[in-house]
Design a protein around this ligand. Sequence first.
Ligand code: NAP
Length: 256
Amino acid sequence: MRGSEAKGDTAILVLGGTGEANDLMRALRERWPRRRLILSLAGRTTAPVVPDAVEIRSGGFGGAAGLAAFLAAERIGLLLDATHPFAAGIARNAAKAADQANIARLKLLRPPWQPGPGDRWVEVSCLGDACDALPPGARPFLALGRQHLQPFTRRLDLLPLARMIEPPEPPLPDSWTLRLARPAPDAASEAQLMRTHGITHLVTRNAGGSASYAKVEAARTLALPVIMIARPPAPDGPVVATVDAMVEAVAGGSVG
Ligand code: NAP
């Protein structure tokens, strides 16, 4: 790992957009009250939840070259990638840009969920395969986010329930049910939602972590099949599984 020399006064750039990135910012701020910390967001969410006492920048960098230029211009000494496990583009750009700028990079990647007793998972590798895995006339709960629904609109036989935080563009087909909400934190509420809508399958991506696991537990309780979409591969390089491990890696000087 490069960049392991002491760089206590250089800035840290955290690529965020996740709850973990916010937790990481808080933990870094507590540990280093005066170090410059910048949180980068893609700028897709209208009113993002962000931590106090850190600098926020928003919007794409313009690819790996743009990110490398930002790293140099802002004298960033350490790049921490705490983006979502399915945000493959920015993760790839982060790896390339850190190489170009010759600074250390560390990725935070929570472990994927694993099937347990009672789970009925069909594991697939992409949205298209998830769509193909649904039997004719299914009523799937598509817990996917608005930008991942398009492949399912070609299946006119399906009666999906789609949940998302912000309204979809373009609007969904009339046969779909739209629910504008965040994931419920408990399995009982998720199970109730699935019962109310007569759900036959859950379709979800293997995000890992606890924040959106309740729906998977609910499907187990109801003995529903889960079409589980696998993650894209992460770029080569050092990875930690938790916020604490990331802070320890920075504090211990093994990175940054
Ligand atoms: P993506 O496909 O990997 O990234 C697409 C482009 O968006 C990147 O090339 C970059 O633009 C810009 N971008 C992404 N994350 C950025 C960040 N943190 N700061 C600045 N620019 C960023 O990402 P995505 O899947 O669309 O996700 C976008 C953001 O939402 C990520 O920050 C991710 O952590 C968050 N998020 C994603 C998911 C998900 O399911 N994918 C779920 C929850 C949260 P340029 O090339 O112009 O730099």
